[in-house]
Design a protein around this ligand. Sequence first.
Ligand code: PMT
Length: 399
Amino acid sequence: MKNLKKKKILLIICGGIAAYKSLETIRILKKNGCEIKTILTKSAKEFVTPLSISSLSQGKVYDDLFSVENEIEMDHIALSRWADLILVEPATANTISKLAKGSSEDLASTVILASNKPIFLVPAMNVRMWEHASTKENLEILRKYSYKIIGPEVGEMACGEYGEGKMTEPVSVVKTIDSYLFTISKNSKLKALVTAGPTNEYIDPVRFITNKSSGKQGYELAKSLSRNGYQTTLISGPTNLKITDEIKIIKVETAEQMFKETQKNLPVDVAIFSAAVADFKIIKKKNFKIKKSDKFTIQLEKNVDILNYVSNHNSMRPKLVIGFAAETNNLEDNAIKKLKNKNCDMIIANDVSDRSIGFESDFNEVTIFYKNDEKEKLFLKNKSLISEEIVERINNQLN
Ligand code: PMT
């Protein structure tokens, strides 16, 4: 497991019977060259001792939130920055619930809340607790916040019951982390470009034709690509959304500007066109504000098709070109036509006749149509989760 070498892992151990397994996790991580610091929650100390953890990890073990000694050495914010990755193992139902609420009542939850690093949760609990609707809801929230969940497995539990809730074995946990780090490091050499949001096509200096795109889907895709290690550029039409610092953002207004910025930012390895680009622009835009008394007609001409330009580029076609199709009827036929006509590797079709998804909504439901005639439906989810799943498919295709 080469990708773990010299990685700084912050291991947070919570109070569950599976806490003893964290000793094995520490042993494997150390063997593979990781530097480890550990936080023990109050109840974890009932199951494992700070002394055994520090002896094995050869690193500091933290427990109290605002101990003077700890804060002088490394405060809770610095601790969350120090780590390359945070591993919460075992993640109990109680901790999962606290994290979903964003609470910061002890060192573990405070450090996690303050973290900007990948966070892996390894749940372990009784089968009924795992199956409880509140746990499911909490996990859904945490997935939306981009926490990664490993397991649990089906098996016999310490309490004697049988079912899903058994903690994934340490060796598998570490392998999952290693393969995640492998993907991130491979992706960090790759460039991604995303278009998002609407475009404004001006009639006069203060009036324009636009559409309902909020940019949410495209922004979430850019965030997901960046979290997966890609050097990401987001070319955005007018939106009120904010984006993380790691992403290069270029704000544009018109389709023409979006096209020029796309050209300037080629070549890339993967390009996703989620923008709702206006198909037409005004032929003779007025340079002054049109008065009520003015008689005028608007004549339109076609805008350049940015996706089409990129997907048919002779020398700079990205390895993966992904288009979107917003359809109100004949979703499948129209999406397949776009896939072929626009020379895409994938078309992601959303049915925008249902007002609760697609444009403006936080949710989406999409069908991915692939060049090899396969298709795959991603059922109704928050746009951030849909994006994670799309990027997972991009990782598979590029690797
Ligand atoms: O922004 P949100 O509120 O989150 O909503 C998301 C969305 C519904 C806008 C998004 O999921 C979506 O479907 N985007 C594409 C919308 C669209 O206009 O599709 P289209 O069928 O008109 O275009 C097909 C493809 O060609 C799209 O990838 C589009 O970006 C691209 N295109 C279209 C015209 C043009 N001149 N240049 C382009 O690149």
